[in-house]
Design a protein around this ligand. Sequence first.
Ligand code: HEM
Length: 501
Amino acid sequence: MELINWLLLILACVGFVLGFGVLKRLNNLYYALKLGKKWDELPPGDLAWPFLGSTLSFLKYFTLGPPHDFIGHFSKRYGKVDMYKTHMFGKPTIIVCKSEICRQVLSDDGTKFVPGYPSNMKALFGKKSLHGVSKAEHRKLRRLTTTPISGHAALELYIDHIEQTVISGLEEWSSMEKPLELLTVIKELTFKIIWNIFMGSTPIEDISMSEMENLYNDIAVGLFSLPLNFPGFSFQKSLKAKRRLHEILQSIVKEKRLVKKRKMESWEAKDMMDLLIEVRDEDDEGIDDETIVDLIFGMLFAAQESSAVTTMWATLFLTDNPHVFQKVKEEQEDVIKQRPPTQEGINLSEIKQMKFLSQVIDETLRASNISFAVFRETTVDVKINGKIIPKGWKVLLWLRELYMDEKLYPSPQHFNPSRWDDFIGNPGAFIPFGLGIRMCPGRDLAKLKISIFLHYFCHNKYIMMLERKYRVERLNPQCQLNYLPSPQPKDKCLARVLKAA
Ligand code: HEM
């Protein structure tokens, strides 16, 4: 009897595995029939499970690690090639792992390739965010939103506030007796800076800055979760947080419009939201409240997570590599030596002279893989390198694979800012801020903010002319990482920030 039970159990298991194998084959067959002859011209790969495709495998490798095994799994089966086909985030997908093809895709003017973010990201970003609009509307809104966050004049305006926020943040953290979550406090600091640039010092009723920052964190969790809007699922929590933050932004726009009306001629735009309220196009039309809220919301989101996480990794890389820390410090001392005695604080031209510091930031963006991929979708069939990407398929430019490519970056796991000394890379080999018409409009601001932070972390000569630097002592230096939405230690980098001699 027991033998029969065992046999039945084994048969059930075999049936289960075969059943799923059949489903996978049927899914591939469905697309093969749909595409006809074109199917043979697709890159190698596997469409995997119906509906789910490789999404579960992606989530597994990006939550439990190691993330490079996700592509490793394809290259083991199909060889190391430029592109693979699969099915991800609800759509048939081509994953691109070659720098020249990434460049080709991003250089398109928005005719063949449009943004192709997963459906939950689209829902969370909003239809009128820069990520959501296309063609003429994108061009127009981009023009209006880029000026306040890029260019010398705009950046000069923000230095003082960034500097003061960073100095007081570092002082506060280093005087705390208990360990802190370094990532959490850097996110709070980044949020304060970005909020001030976008919204100025507009008071917000009934909600503190850290509560707002928590709303943002709740939204971030849903970006790559399963798009299930049911109780208990991260996506539902994210949608709820998004609604609340939208309400807050809406009330700020309303308040600002009232102030503008009241002050009339004496009203002056002081931040990005003011500029968006004030701006008129060629037909003398302004931007409606809903669009302003979506734009600011998308900007805040794009700005917050990536620059906070980059700042944290740069700080940790400097701490773990004392020779790099020392070189950064020496560069800063050289630049500051030439400062006139009357000048207080750092300025933009000094930051521009800090070439090695800029290399530290580039190397951090490469080695930590902040944005693992850029998302596109085809509007027509596109032929690249002899392979077809069918119309309506997603195209994932897998930046992570480029940055960890031994041929492009020898010893890629090694943090080595000097590799950028005379670096001449392949076109498209280093595109942490994207390329082309959708290249990150906040890249200069992000680099400015990170540079000021690292400057005061390594060499703080501001406070009462006392020289001060800091160091980070992690409580769990071997802590495992989470890779979504961006790589970060699971303990949020529990650490002490210490003043160093
Ligand atoms: C280290 C920090 C940052 C990284 C790594 C980063 C990365 C990127 C990348 C790769 C893109 C291109 C996406 C695509 O082509 O689909 C992008 C777009 C964008 N970024 Fe950033 N970003 C950073 C900071 C910022 C900041 C500080 C802001 C705002 C102040 C910002 C605002 C945006 C916006 C609005 C877009 C969409 C542009 C469009 O679609 O036209 N980002 N970013």
